[in-house]
Ligand binder design. Structure first.
Ligand SMILES: Cc1cc2nc3c(=O)[nH]c(=O)nc-3n(C[C@H](O)[C@H](O)[C@H](O)COP(=O)(O)O)c2cc1C
Length: 160
């Protein structure tokens, strides 16, 4: 299986997670700023990662380069999404970017995989939830950093 991880990151947290994921699955990690449409297409598992900013928006490079995703042919492709956020400071929009990317890839006909349980987090609202689950992997390196490794490992074993 070939895995491509495409991420955006302001402060480096999401970049770090993308590189950890790529090492664990011998994948390629690509910054959305440098990504091409074919990076979305030429893999068997596509993993997208974004932090949430500004009370519930995608990271700015994702916003600026979203057309690369929108023009990609990922119909039927397995796509998994992870997001970084801060549930204590932003409890009403925790990891909203996961939900935004979920809507984008769903509209393109992708098969979204890697839903996770919301237990173990403490927040009030999230656009990443559908039917009581996160539609991807929620990570909080600001307040639950010590859980990241375990969460990433469990998620990848679910995906691979
Ligand atoms: C101005 C600002 C707004 C933020 N808004 C949210 C938010 O709405 N929801 C959330 O879960 N996290 C929010 N965060 C937390 C970041 O998503 C989190 O720190 C993330 O790990 C940053 O990733 P990066 O270092 O890859 O940029 C915000 C952080 C900042 C500085």
């Amino acid at each position: 299986m070939s895995v491509t991880i495409i991420f955006g990151s302001d402060g480096g947290a999401t970049r770090g997670v993308a590189s950890r994921i790529s090492k664990k699955c011998q994948g390629r990690s690509v910054d959305i700023k440098d990504a091409t449409t074919s990076d979305f297409e030429n893999c068997t598992l596509l993993i997208l990662g974004s932090p949430t900013y500004g009370d519930g928006t995608l990271q700015s490079d994702w916003e600026e380069h979203i057309e690369k995703l929108r023009t990609a042919d990922i119909k039927g492709k397995r796509v998994a999404i992870f997001g970084t956020g801060d549930q204590q400071t932003y409890p009403l929009s925790f990891v909203d970017a996961i939900g935004i990317l979920y809507e984008e890839v769903s509209a393109l006909g992708a098969e979204v995989v890697g839903f996770t349980e919301t237990a173990g987090y403490d927040y009030s609202g999230s656009a990443a939830e559908r039917d009581g689950k996160f539609v991807g992997l929620a990570l909080d390196l600001d307040t639950q950093s010590s859980m990241t490794e375990k969460r990433v490992t469990a998620w990848l074993s679910q995906l691979l």
